[in-house]
Ligand binder design. Structure first.
Ligand code: HEM
Length: 334
């Protein structure tokens, strides 16, 4: 009786692990209507990550292939039609690339709106996830309106640069949603000493400045998206120098951070993500240097934007691993 009872107790306790862990949420949803499925929510959240990253790359393809005015108006592609029609003066390939990019906006919108709606409908509703997920549809709405401004100002650099940067910010938020879905709701606590958490946040700020500088190099460079587009009248060389200097600052800080993580014996997951980030940054820097030295060939420009997307993903993964949300035991004092 005694040992039997002990065995029963020891199996019951771990199963009743958390009140708000994702598995508990999944259990609560068992037998619930399909729209409360945690799996569906995760699928939409991942689709938002992938489509937000993808649209930054297709947007760059539009720019370097000079397809920006492949659709002449917004929201219609050409006056009177939402889809491209053969017209004199417009090449089919440019129309296809610009129209493809606009279509992907629809995918980003469905993925972001779906994430928000399913997070809202989930039971229990996790307000932190709902708040984070709201950034997606609001951001896509902003981008859709701003995309119109980009077309109507004929791809002026000060409209194109924020369009690119907002995409990267939305990607960061989409990743934050996926991370939160995999965590319980307990308060976050750092897994490394505070100064290292602060340094990790500083690296994100430097990455932001690095990307802003990158868009200014683009703005002064040859790939405006259209031969007539007004350019930023500043020397490309100086801007590229500032951009590269920021990269060296960034990678220096990342190496210092990783050494700090090693010194305090941070969790292996964090150290691994930190090294991956250093590697992705070095790769991205190499693409940047080669494209600069070889006169910014189109394919490398697109690869550089894909690198920036990957880097934002790697930076978010590192940042979110600097803290954890331990599961709250049922019945534990709150
Ligand atoms: C971690 C390192 C780097 C990141 C995250 C980064 C990011 C970016 C971003 C976001 C853009 C703007 C793309 C756009 O507006 O569509 C850009 C453009 C650019 N970057 Fe970098 N970059 C990095 C390193 C470098 C380095 C070391 C160089 C060498 C000088 C470089 C050269 C360029 C050039 C020439 C452009 C303009 C390309 C064009 O004309 O479209 N980048 N970068």
């Amino acid at each position: 009786m005694g040992p039997d009872r002990h065995r029963r107790d020891s199996t019951v306790v771990p199963m009743a692990l958390t009140e708000t862990s994702p598995s508990a949420t999944g259990a609560a949803a068992a037998g619930s209507p399909w729209f409360r499925s945690p799996t569906l929510l995760k699928v939409f959240a991942w689709a938002a990550v992938i489509s937000n990253g993808g649209i930054a790359v297709t947007g760059a393809t539009v720019r370097v292939t000079g397809s920006g005015l492949g659709c002449e108006t917004w929201p219609e592609c050409q006056p009177g039609t939402l889809i491209p029609e053969a017209r004199t003066g417009l090449e089919g390939i440019h129309q296809a690339i610009e129209f493809g990019n606009r279509t992907l906006t629809g995918v980003v919108l469905i993925a972001s709106l779906g994430t928000f709606l399913f997070a809202w409908l989930a039971r229990p509703r996790r307000s932190s996830v709902v708040r984070l997920a709201l950034a997606g549809p609001l951001g896509v709405l902003f981008q859709a309106v701003w995309g119109g401004v980009v077309v109507r100002t004929e791809l002026t650099w000060w409209t194109v640069a924020p369009h690119m940067l907002v995409s990267l910010v939305l990607l960061f938020f989409a990743i934050a949603v996926v991370v939160r879905l995999g965590e319980p709701d307990a308060p976050a606590r750092p897994v490394v000493p505070k100064p290292l958490v602060v340094l990790a946040r500083v690296t994100v700020v430097v990455l932001g400045a690095l990307c802003v500088a990158g868009t200014l190099v683009t703005a002064a460079g040859p790939h405006g998206g259209d031969a007539e587009t007004p350019r930023l009248e500043l020397p490309v060389r100086t801007l590229a120098q500032i951009h590269a200097d920021l990269m060296f600052t960034y990678i220096g800080l990342l190496v210092a951070l990783t050494v700090g993580f090693l010194a305090v014996k941070a969790p292996r997951k964090l150290i691994r993500r930190s090294w991956i980030l250093v590697g992705v940054t070095a790769g991205q820097g190499l693409i940047g240097l080669v494209q600069y030295a070889t006169g910014v060939p189109e394919a490398l420009v697109v690869a550089h934007v894909a690198g920036a997307v990957l880097l934002v993903g790697a930076a978010a993964a590192m940042l979110f691993a600097t803290r954890e949300r331990p599961a709250v035991a049922v019945g534990a004092p709150v």
